[in-house]
Design a protein around this ligand. Sequence first.
Ligand code: AMP
Ligand code: GLY
Length: 423
Amino acid sequence: MKVMVVGGGGREHAIIKKLRESDKIDEIFALPGNGGIAADAVCVPIGAKDIAGIVNFAKDNNIDYAVVAPDDPLVLGAVDELTRAGVPCFGPDKKAAIIEGSKVFSKNLMKKYGIPTAEYSVFSDPAAALEYVETCPVPTVIKADGLALGKGVIIAQTRDEAREAIKSIMQDRVFGDSGSNIVIEEFLTGPEVSVLSFTDGKTLVPMVSSMDHKRAGDGDTGLNTGGMGTVAPNPYYTSEIADICMKTIFLPTIEAMRKEGRAFKGCLYFGLMLTPDGPKVIEYNCRFGDPETQVVLPLLKSDLFEIMQAVTEERLSEVNVEFSDGYACCVVAASEGYPSSYKTGYEIEMSDGVADSVYVAGAKTENGRLLTSGGRVLGVTATAESLPLAIDAAYEKVKKVKFENMYYRKDIGRRALLALKEK
Ligand code: AMP
Ligand code: GLY
């Protein structure tokens, strides 16, 4: 079979490496992929948002199956167009992808169906939003309605910060039209857990839980990033909590989407906070998380392609989805200065067969050399039978990767280890 994966980051590299284990697949194309992915798939220079280009490529090359991984093409309707062209897909259609594409939609959905989440108000008028933050409790959380490259959430510690956030999102439009509506919500506290799940709209199978590390610096300091590392499973996510989430969040969500005529098929990502009042939804994503995928898929024992096809064909209940009992840790290596300003074009060197454990996020090949081309450059994952061993192994492997100005957090998994000790 000829399979095409839309996207070009570390997450897509992890999906592609896992798909390569399936003996049903003969050839994998990545659109656009990247210099590192080129070792595992044929990269085609078609951007992930170029829906017409993607569909034409699929038709011209007799693609048998497509995996649409990033949020943008999903929200733009790539799956609808590919399906119309006769290409079976993994990923939600446009109607279902709105669960990530519009925070106003997802908040209203949760309210309507009694799914636990932070209290909130929606505003389309900046003056009304500014008036509201004069009296609401602080800290408060301000979210642009639409996609904003993962940056559309501002935690305002003070009223001044809240006013600033409203002005920059709604008036200066720093996130473009994503900011025409905003959600202002209650600030929640507690450990965060990411749970990715496979769902065909009727059945939902959670994958192993994970923990992201979003801040740039050790000890969760510095700016928010696209994710500096992950561990799986997340020790805060006990089997009791998993049961509660299944009953109060996961199943109610897919049922709600079905009732709204928006059945969700693909990977539904639950960003959860384990608050003193129980687990609550912080956000939904309509796709695999990055860099969560880089720890979750290495622990998957079953054939990813078989699961994906079962999701498309709405027979997920018939397939086996099995994860190993082990642990995984992914350490992301970035270019110094990320997420603000950083340079690119540094040569990446890897030794001792570490490439198998590397998921490349931002690199290009030039004259046979692999050069950095982004802020987050790559992630290195190790799996082991315990969390401490997985963390140590990931840090050992990171040492086998080198590029100028490389930096990575030294404490990925530290909080998870503390949680394990507290148990
Ligand atoms: P996102 O960019 O949507 O992944 O969200 C960024 C981060 O903001 C989340 O991972 C949380 O740490 C934080 N966050 C979002 N909503 C809330 C909330 N209601 N209370 C506390 N923290 C939040
Ligand atoms: N790691 C968070 C995300 O993928 O949105």
